[in-house]
Design a protein around this ligand. Sequence first.
Ligand SMILES: Cc1cc2nc3c(=O)[nH]c(=O)nc-3n(C[C@H](O)[C@H](O)[C@H](O)COP(=O)(O)OP(=O)(O)OC[C@H]3O[C@@H](n4cnc5c(N)ncnc54)[C@H](O)[C@@H]3O)c2cc1C
Length: 290
Amino acid sequence: MKKILEIYKEAKGPVYSFEFFPPKTPEGETKLFEAVGELSKVEPGYITVTYGAGGSTREKTIRITSELAKKFSLPAAAHFTCVGGNRDEIRVILKQIRESGIENLMALRGDPPKGEGTFKKVEGGFGYANELISFIKDEGFDFCMGAACYPEKHPEAPSLDFDLDNLKRKVDAGASYLVSQLFFKNSIFASFLDLIRKKGISIPVIPGIMPITSFSQIERFKSMAACEFPDKLVADLEEVKDKPEEFYKRSVQFSVNQCRELVQMGAPGIHLYTLNQSPASLDIVRELKS
Ligand SMILES: Cc1cc2nc3c(=O)[nH]c(=O)nc-3n(C[C@H](O)[C@H](O)[C@H](O)COP(=O)(O)OP(=O)(O)OC[C@H]3O[C@@H](n4cnc5c(N)ncnc54)[C@H](O)[C@@H]3O)c2cc1C
C-alpha cells in the first residue's frame, strides 16, 4: 500500500481524498461499499476511515479500512486516537493495524465518548496527539502519519498562537502531512497557512472540505467546528432550503468554487468529508477534474 506522503510528493496535480466513517449496521456497511465504489470512479489519491469517538469503532475501523483498500485497490489511512487505551493497549492495536496491511495513520488525540464533555487521559496513556505520534515513532512503527489542524483554532485552545505551537509539536514529533478541520472561508485558510509557515511548519497542509447537504447542518457545523460561514452562502442556501434539487446544485457549486480557489492558491489536494454519501463529493471532484 502506498504511503500518503509519497502520493503528495509524486502527484502531478491536486490529490483528491475521501473520508468515511464505520457504519453501525450491516446495511450501512453495504451502502458504504457502494459509495466508495462510486467515488473510486474519479480515481481518488487515497481514502480514510475515522475512529469512532471514544475509540468505539476500533475493530471496524481496522477491518473496513483494510477491506476498502483491497477491494478498490486504493491507498488508505486508518484514523487512530489516544482515547481508551494505555501504552500497552495502544501498542497492541497498532500492531493489529500494521498486520492488516495498513501503512497510513491519521494520528489524533480524539474526541471524548458521547455524553462526556472533556477529554480524559487514560492512566498510562496519552493526553495529546504529539505524544501519540512520538510513541508510534519511538516504538519503531513505520506508519506514514497525518495529523489534524484547525484554521479557526481548536475549540479548547485559548488562542490560535497557542494551538499553532502545539501543531508544531505534532509536526516535530513526526507527522508527515496535515489535514484541516472543515472551513468555508478560504481567506481564513490562507491566513492560517501563512501563520503555519511562519512557525516553521513546511509539510503539506490539505484543506478539509464538507459539502453542505441540508440547511440544518450549518448550525451543527457552527457548534461542532466553530466555523464561520460566508453571509452570501447562508442567504443563498436559506432561499432554497425547502427545494432539495436547487439546494444541492447551489451547495455543490459553492464547494467546487471553494476547492478551485484552494487549488489555485497551491493546495496539494482536497480532502472531502463525505459522511459516507457519494453524490456531492463525486459531483465536486468530477467538476474539478473536468
Ligand atoms: C481531519 C480530522 C480528522 C479527525 N478524525 C477523528 C476521528 O477519526 N476520531 C475522533 O475521535 N476524532 C477525530 N477528529 C477530531 C479530533 O479528535 C478532535 O478535534 C480532538 O479534540 C483533537 O484532536 P487532535 O489530534 O487535533 O488533538 P491535539 O493536537 O492533541 O490537540 C488537542 C488540544 O490540546 C492542545 N494541545 C495539543 N498538544 C498540547 C500540549 N502538548 N500541551 C498543551 N496543550 C496541547 C491543542 O492546542 C488543542 O487545543 C478529527 C479531526 C480532524 C480535523
